[in-house]
Design a protein around this ligand. Structure first.
Ligand code: DGL
Length: 282
């Protein structure tokens, strides 16, 4: 078992984890808002998508990634993945973190998104599109109900959206079919919805298509900006963690797939060259 003594104690980068490329849509906001910090991005592309996987597997894979990021020197890890945030975060925070190193932190993306939605919706009817795992976990409903009990939340599982993105098909005609089908289904179930949370970090890569099939008076909420601003706020409230974040503006990318695949796709998403290294999670 990993012990605090096994982990580097010097200040280190902020770790950002996703099942694949989706977390890059969150990370780019972090980088733009807080460019001085060091970052390590880890995509478990070889085992993505996580969306249809069991609780046990998502938890096991996410824990492996968190451990590895701690070993790389991170004191703070952001699960830039709703599926991992919904299915693994709480157990890692409550069960694993105290054993690994109680001074390190793992944060997710659901809470910062839930915090914003109450200030945006006017009709108090909110839709969520997300992976099957996130929708079945009901995490968004629970988090939103804690903060804004008057809001009616309707979730729509979109099991093929993340695989379309992960396989480089986000711009294809096939993607139109699946995007339209789920947006129509969501709005048929609750026609009063006035904002839709994109509850999967892969979905900003489908934003043009989602916009095309969503009436223009309905607001779409990708998470990157909210999560990045919430992290900035968290660091300002936690000087002890801020001291543990190194600031040399370095960025390192790791993938469990072949780095060439990652480099090609990530460069497309980020609009800049990326040079990833291979990592094995176990
Ligand atoms: N990007 C992830 C999320 O936010 C996971 C997508 C997947 O691996 O299915 O849920």
């Amino acid at each position: 078992m990993l012990q605090p003594a096994d982990l580097p104690s010097a200040p280190g980068p902020i770790g950002v984890f996703d099942s694949g490329y989706g977390g890059l849509t969150v990370w780019r906001w972090m980088r733009d808002l807080m460019p001085d910090y060091d970052y390590v991005y880890l995509g478990d592309n070889a085992r993505a998508p996580y969306g249809n996987r069991s609780f046990e597997l998502v938890y096991e894979f996410t824990l492996q990634a968190v451990r590895r990021l701690f070993q790389m020197g991170c004191h703070l890890v952001i699960l830039a993945c709703n599926t991992a945030s919904a299915k693994a975060l709480r157990t890692i925070q409550q069960h694993d973190l105290p054993q690994m190193d109680a001074s390190r932190r793992v944060l997710g993306v659901v809470r910062p998104t839930a915090e914003c939605v109450g200030y945006i919706t006017r009709s108090r009817h909110v839709g969520i599109v997300a992976t099957t795992g996130t929708i079945r976990s009901r995490t968004y409903e629970l988090e939103i109900a804690k903060l804004f009990p008057d809001i009616v939340v309707t979730g729509e599982a979109c099991p093929l959206w993340a695989p379309l993105v992960e396989n480089g098909e986000a711009q294809s005609d096939g993607a139109d079919y699946f995007v339209r089908r789920h947006i129509e289904s969501l709005l048929n179930r609750d026609p009063q919805i006035d904002c839709i949370i994109l509850g999967c970090t892969h979905y900003p890569l489908l934003l043009d298509k989602i916009r095309r099939y969503t009436p223009s008076d309905i607001r779409l909420l990708p998470q990157g900006e909210y999560v990045a601003r919430s992290l900035e706020c968290y660091l300002s409230r936690h000087p002890e963690m801020l001291q543990q974040v190194s600031r040399n503006a370095t960025r390192h990318f790791y993938t469990t797939e072949r780095p060439e695949f990652f480099n090609e796709n990530a460069a497309m998403f980020l609009g800049e060259p990326v040079s990833a290294e291979h990592v094995v999670l176990k």
